[in-house]
Design a protein around this ligand. Structure first.
Ligand code: SF4
Ligand code: SF4
Ligand code: FES
Length: 236
């Protein structure tokens, strides 16, 4: 079996190690693909679908974070169909969660022209109150996009503690701890790995949560994103 795979990404030939994903092939071709549930320390669950790309001959768009590159594939990362699909994914996420502390999500949304109000306000999740049951971090699930990065790093990705999980389905799906629902009653060892992996501020250190609440958290630069540049910080 060949140790490399050659394919084209947006018309550019690229050769990558066998087993590479389409996201990695795009990266090798100098193309940034947006990702939300993908994280270097977790198995991808292909949960968010913001990374979808078009593969010639495939009827459906495929998640580039998990689909493996194959010889001769013709991949398009920025076609109108891809851009429309990403826009809808982002609009759904913005309708379900408070993204005000999710700079990467906001930068993707701006690039793809996502209308945060297109699906109306799905307020049940946005109305959730922050959970403060331990001295280390706050769980502010009104901001949660159910990307599962936290459950993955708590489980097989890094920590192997399995203190948190996704419970429920569809609109009722939520991060849960089992048992009493309180982290101190769970196997959690407060390692903080989930906090570091969360892309939206749904898991946040207590000090940061309180500083933001009190309006004394330092102003952070907004991000701009494009497939050509990746993330670029705006001037503050
Ligand atoms: S802080 Fe607790 S819930 Fe988070 S990764 Fe560590 S053990 Fe898991
Ligand atoms: S709490 Fe954060 S990391 Fe966990 S699923 Fe929600 S957004 Fe993703
Ligand atoms: S980043 Fe690929 S499905 Fe989420």
């Amino acid at each position: 079996m060949s140790e490399t795979v050659t394919l084209t990404v947006d018309g550019r030939p690229v050769t990558v190690p066998a087993g590479s994903t389409l996201r990695e092939a795009a990266q090798a071709a100098g193309v940034h693909v947006p990702v939300l549930c993908w994280h270097p320390q977790v198995r991808t669950g292909s949960n968010c679908r913001v990374c979808v790309v078009e593969v010639a001959g495939n009827r459906t768009l495929v998640p580039s974070c998990s689909r493996q590159a194959e010889p001769g594939m013709e991949v398009r990362t920025d076609s109108e169909r891809v851009r429309r699909a990403r826009r809808v994914v982002l609009e759904l996420l913005l309708s379900e969660a408070d993204a005000s502390q999710a700079p990467e999500l906001l930068a993707y949304a701006a690039h793809y022209g996502a209308d945060p109000g297109r699906f109306g306000e799905i307020t049940a999740r946005k109305r959730r109150e922050p959970i403060r049951d331990n001295p280390f971090f706050v769980r502010d699930y009104a901001r949660c996009i159910l990307c599962r990065r936290c459950t993955e790093v708590c489980g097989v990705g890094v920590q192997h503690t399995f203190a948190i999980e996704i419970a429920g389905r569809g609109n009722r799906a939520a991060i849960a701890t089992g048992g009493t629902g309180l982290l101190p009653d769970s196997p959690c060892v407060f390692c903080g790995n989930c906090v570091g992996a969360c892309p939206t501020g749904a898991l946040v250190p207590v000090a940061e949560f309180e500083a933001r609440r009190d309006g004394i958290w330092p102003r952070e630069p907004a991000l701009r994103w494009s497939p050509a540049t990746g993330f670029v910080a705006e001037e503050v």
